[in-house]
Design a protein around this ligand. Structure first.
Ligand code: NAD
Length: 209
């Protein structure tokens, strides 16, 4: 069981998956402890920020020895509720959807895409990575399968109707890749990801003048 802790700021929560990934890689490389300086270099966050973030959930550092990597990883998994496998459904088995389904990085955090849907009759019934593509009209089965996370990779004009159908099917967390804002009830968490949006910040940093 992980420790009780103070309310953790969203900014810290946002960095925790990055820390967890770094800790898992360090464990895989055979390390048992790491200093905040070394860990900072490893994950690209400055060490004082790391010390501050870790201070929200207890004492894991020993002066001169560093942080106990295994204990920290367990703690972060507990905070993020990543101790169990989280099943997810993906809607839109196109280019991006197929790439996400095949991405092994999801398993590191315990995510498993176990249901895939599309509305294209040529795709329905075919398989991606052993998962049969189902008719999106059957999205209601998510309730029975106890799937609470939906990943939207449909064209922009179909994103809202897809979100509505996911909510109706009992989904409470949506990862939205469609480049648009979607409206959901208050109890549903939406995280929208747009690579173009990240890239759009780049010229500001790299262009002189
Ligand atoms: P795609 O055309 O290859 O795939 C879209 C899939 O959605 C198709 O299989 C299509 O049949 C299916 N679809 C369409 N309407 C549907 C509906 N109502 N219900 C269920 N399935 C439906 O497109 P793509 O290149 O994979 O892009 C998918 C989405 O992801 C687009 O909105 C695109 O703009 C977005 N995208 C986002 C990023 C990002 O960084 N977030 C990057 C690339 C693409």
């Amino acid at each position: 069981m992980y420790m009780k802790h103070k309310r953790i700021p969203d900014e810290t929560i946002r960095r925790l998956p990055l820390y967890l990934r770094g800790l898992v890689f360090l464990l895989q490389e055979g390390h048992l402890s790491v200093s905040s300086e070394k860990f900072g270099d490893y994950v690209g966050v400055n060490s004082s920020q790391i010390r501050k973030d870790f201070s929200y959930f207890g004492e894991f550092g020993v002066r001169g020895v560093g942080y106990d990597i295994r204990k920290l990883a367990i703690e972060i998994k507990g905070i993020l509720k990543l101790n169990e496998i989280h099943k997810a459904a993906l809607i839109g088995a196109g280019n991006l959807g197929s790439a996400i389904i095949s991405y092994p990085g999801l398993q590191l955090y315990g995510f498993d895409i176990t249901a895939v849907f599309d509305n294209n009759t040529h795709k329905i019934g075919k398989k991606i990575r052993d998962i049969e593509i189902l008719d999106v009209a059957k999205l209601g089965i998510l309730k029975k399968k106890n799937i609470q996370i939906g990943i939207i990779t449909v064209p922009r004009n179909a994103a809202q109707e897809t979100a509505d159908a996911l909510v109706k099917a009992g989904v409470t967390g949506i990862l939205n890749f469609s480049p648009c804002y979607i409206i959901v009830p208050k109890n549903v968490k939406v995280i929208t990801i747009d690579i173009a949006g990240y890239l759009a910040r780049m010229p500001y940093y790299i262009t002189a003048g």
